[in-house]
Design a protein around this ligand. Structure first.
Ligand code: GDP
Ligand code: ZN
Length: 393
């Protein structure tokens, strides 16, 4: 391993859950054991995240689970490290899709930009789904005609969700996203503001700026009814979160949406069926003519399980399409920091009887009083209490 690779591995370790770091360490042990001929050598002797537990078992090791606290500690985005203004960073190849043992990057420095298939070194491939994400800026090197990943540059934001099989592990959905557009629909599926609350916390926690996009407004003909539905989102506007009502059918709101993503890296997130792909197509249609769009084409290989895909709209505008996400992880959240995501409680909390009032069970709580007086949104308060109850103190 050369010095650069070592440095890079050390660097990304900061973003890697404890459990996954263990896998990497154990992978070394497994490989050594296999070389010595101990245990049965699997036909495909690559250590992957699907077989590592079996392999550990085979070689007499018991996998241990990381505690939530360990994982939480490893999740903080490393903002201090990043110099986003660095020209180097801006021109570094960008990951547009991630497959098994490979990724596809867009390299803007090469003759107007090219897409390349890049081999991901074993050390990263082992825990690739959490170590490498769409949106990552990377350094690559060509060796005998094969491009290899050498370094993942520090991230300034992360968007992650719980692993479907190991809820305590994170799966990176995208990296370095400036804006996350939470797409919801007024109808089919219906609007659920309580879900928005949770998405907002996860987005802000990862360091990105949230935007709410309410799609399918064409489905409610009655203006008054539509107005009432949209009013339910006024609370977010008051909190400074842009709320854009749109329809891919009537094209309403698309210009406003385009203005939000211009010159930035943005990701569309939300439940499946709310219209993320339709929005992307609607935005793409007008931009495609003038720009160098990164195609949906993915790296070959039967194990390709691309979760998110990045599209280059030109002029520094990137859009990431993500799979339907039901839930974001709120691993690194405790009761104390939960309050930071309800800034509307800050001013009234100064009038609570107890200075450290949690606004859940204390008497003479100004927050609760204002909720009862309908001066604070009761739905947001309900989310706060539910999360507070779910979280450890
Ligand atoms: P995704 O799963 O979030 O990517 O959602 P899709 O883009 O696949 O859209 C799901 C369904 O909603 C499709 O049948 C779309 O035609 C429909 N749809 C998307 N946008 C709109 C809209 O603005 N109005 C209406 N009426 N239907 C829409
Ligand atoms: Zn209180």
């Amino acid at each position: 391993m050369d010095r650069n690779t070592k440095r890079h591995l050390k660097d990304i370790d900061k973003h890697v859950p404890y459990d996954e770091m263990k896998v990497r360490k154990q992978a070394g042990k497994i490989r050594r054991a296999m070389r010595k001929g101990k245990g049965e050598v699997p036909r495909d002797n690559r250590v992957t995240e699907d077989n590592w537990e079996t392999l550990l078992d085979l070689h007499g090791q018991t996998p241990k689970r990381a505690s939530i606290a360990d994982i939480a500690a490893s999740l903080q985005p490393d903002t201090a490290d990043v110099q986003v203004s660095d020209a180097d960073y801006a021109t570094a190849p960008i990951v547009i899709s991630v497959g098994s043992g490979r990724c596809r990057v867009f390299d803007a420095t090469d003759d107007g930009g090219v897409e390349r298939d890049v081999v991901v070194p074993q050390e990263i491939a082992v825990r690739q789904k959490s170590a490498l994400a769409v949106g990552d800026r990377v350094r690559i090197e060509e060796e005998s005609g094969i491009w290899r990943l050498r370094e993942i540059l520090p991230r300034h934001t992360v968007l992650a969700r719980p692993d479907p099989f190991h809820a305590h592990l994170q799966r990176l959905i995208a990296a370095n996203v400036d804006v996350v557009i939470h797409v919801v629909s007024v109808k089919a599926p219906p609007l659920r503001p309580r879900l928005i609350d949770r998405f907002l916390i996860a987005i802000q926690r990862g360091g990105a700026q949230p935007v709410i996009c309410v799609n399918k407004v064409d489905l409610i003909d009655d203006e008054e009814l539509l107005g009432m539905e949209l009013e339910r989102l006024d609370v977010y506007r008051k909190l400074g979160v842009p709320v854009i009502a749109c329809s891919t059918k009537t094209r309403e709101g698309l210009d406003e949406l385009r203005a939000q993503v211009q010159g930035k890296m943005s990701a569309l997130v939300g439940h499946s069926g709310v219209g993320k792909s339709s929005i992307l197509n609607a935005l793409n249609e007008s931009l495609q003519l003038a720009t160098n769009t990164v195609h949906r084409k993915r790296s070959t290989g039967r194990h390709t399980t691309t979760a998110s895909t990045l599209y280059d709209f030109g002029d520094g505008t990137y859009l990431i399409d993500t799979p339907g996400i039901r839930e974001f992880g709120l691993w690194d959240l405790d009761r104390e920091s939960l309050r930071d995501y309800f800034p509307e409680f800050a001013e009234p909390s100064e009038l609570c009887r107890f200075t450290n009032c949690t606004h859940v069970h204390e008497p003479d709580c100004e927050v609760k009083d204002r909720v009862e007086a309908e001066e604070l949104d009761d739905g947001r308060y309900e989310t706060y209490v539910r999360l507070w109850e779910d979280l450890a103190s």
